[in-house]
Design a protein around this ligand. Structure first.
Ligand SMILES: NC(=O)c1ccc[n+]([C@@H]2O[C@H](COP(=O)([O-])OP(=O)(O)OC[C@H]3O[C@@H](n4cnc5c(N)ncnc54)[C@H](O)[C@@H]3O)[C@@H](O)[C@H]2O)c1
Length: 364
């Protein structure tokens, strides 16, 4: 097992990465809390696979376990299901020091994390991410949120977990499309922050596709290391943390227009990163050979996704409703060479539309 500390003073926590960790959930939790009551939030798909291992382990360690299952899908990451989990908490007398456990992918982590941020002004929570995307990104860093019909993650908070348990064995049952979506976020870290990680990805595509245990451990550890490093410098996203949103300004617009659930989050990030790459070339931040290396890496990993044929004006309009837009000005995180970033404001609308257009025409 590998362990990483995300150092945030009194909000610091460990990220555990390894095989077969779920069966030890109870003993990990015992080291964190004296409470007896825990509530496990999951969905039926994940709970049928991993719920018994987690709840048995908790019961054996003396915890009283309550479970709440949310239907499977991004469309349930909303206020209605926030309230349903809160109802379960109230009905079962869940207290302020009871621990809420999110067992699932990014949807469950964001939703359950949001409940734990607001229920009784904040309860402790533990993330048990079961998708690659959640293990490399969403379970780390404390951003929790639910969607509004007009925008993704519009209602949320910063609320750090007490512990993250990333059991890589759970990825065995993951659908290939969801695995590939997680790889979209993995590649993102190399593009914006770590050139040597980018080249390692280029050199190890076969092992990554085959989910070799060494490759999995490496991509999860490196991704969490990079994300922790960024979050430690800027927990509340007043500056640097925004770079994690590479591809997200375009990507969120795609998700909002297409309807939640049409594309996986990581797929939208890949499409958005391709558009961001064209914009970066237009602004002379990225050379054509560098851009081609990004496209080739996506292709070698079988995760290239063309930008959907949505009218460019509609994409632009949706980008303006993104929650990160200030005074109707779009901010873009763009690759600056490979392994570095630029944060750019005030780009002419024509350049943005051109980048979308070029991305749409690249069917590779
Ligand atoms: N908070 C953050 O910092 C952050 C960062 C990135 C993404 N996100 C959010 O994460 C969400 C996407 O997360 P996701 O990609 O994990 O999607 P997801 O949670 O919807 O999971 C994808 C699918 O895989 C299933 N699943 C989960 N684990 C499984 C397993 N081990 N075996 C078999 N099936 C399994 C789920 O039931 C679901 O059908 C989005 O809502 C996005 O906004 C949040």
């Amino acid at each position: 097992m590998q362990s990483l500390l995300l150092n945030l003073g009194q909000h610091s926590y460990e990220i555990l990465i390894g095989q077969g960790l779920l069966k030890n959930t109870g003993s990990y939790l015992k080291q964190l809390t004296t409470t007896k009551k825990v509530i496990v939030v999951s969905n039926p798909t994940i709970f049928s696979l991993y719920g018994p291992t987690v709840t048995d382990s908790l019961s054996k360690s003396g915890f009283e376990v309550i479970t709440h299952l949310v239907p499977d899908g991004e469309e349930y990451k909303n206020i209605e299901h926030t309230m349903k989990i809160i109802d379960t908490c109230i009905d079962n007398k869940v207290e302020r020091n009871s621990v809420l456990i999110a067992l699932g992918g990014g949807v469950i982590g964001d939703l359950a994390g949001f409940v734990s941020a607001i229920y009784q002004r904040g309860t402790p929570f533990v993330q048990i991410p079961t998708t690659l995307l959640a293990q490399v990104d969403s379970s780390v860093g404390g951003k929790v949120a639910v969607n509004h019909p007009q925008g993704k993650n519009m209602i949320g908070a910063f609320h750090q977990p007490k512990l993250v348990i990333a059991d890589t064995n759970t990825l065995d049952t993951l659908d290939i499309r969801d695995y590939n979506s997680g790889l979209g976020e993995v590649v993102k870290y190399g593009i914006i922050y770590d050139y040597s990680f980018f080249t390692w990805l280029e050199d190890n595509t076969a092992d990554i596709i085959n989910k070799s245990s060494l490759a999995l451990a490496k991509i999860i550890y490196e991704s969490c290391r990079i994300k922790s490093n960024i979050v430690e410098q800027d927990e509340k996203e007043t500056g640097l943390r925004a770079i994690l949103n590479l591809g997200h300004t375009f990507g969120h617009a795609i998700e909002t227009i297409s309807g939640y659930g049409t594309y996986r989050h990581g797929e939208a990030v890949i499409m958005g990163t391709i558009a961001a790459g064209y914009l970066a070339m237009e602004l002379s931040l990225l050379s054509e050979p560098e851009f081609n290396r990004i496209i080739n890496l996506y292709k070698k990993l079988n995760i290239f996704r063309p930008f959907p044929d949505i009218p460019t004006e509609d994409v632009y309009k949706a980008m303006l409703t993104d929650k990160k837009v200030a005074a109707q000005k779009l901010t873009f995180i763009l690759p600056k060479g490979l392994g570095n970033y630029a944060i750019v404001n005030d780009i002419e609308k024509e350049k943005v539309l051109k980048a979308i257009n070029l991305a749409q025409n690249n069917k590779s």
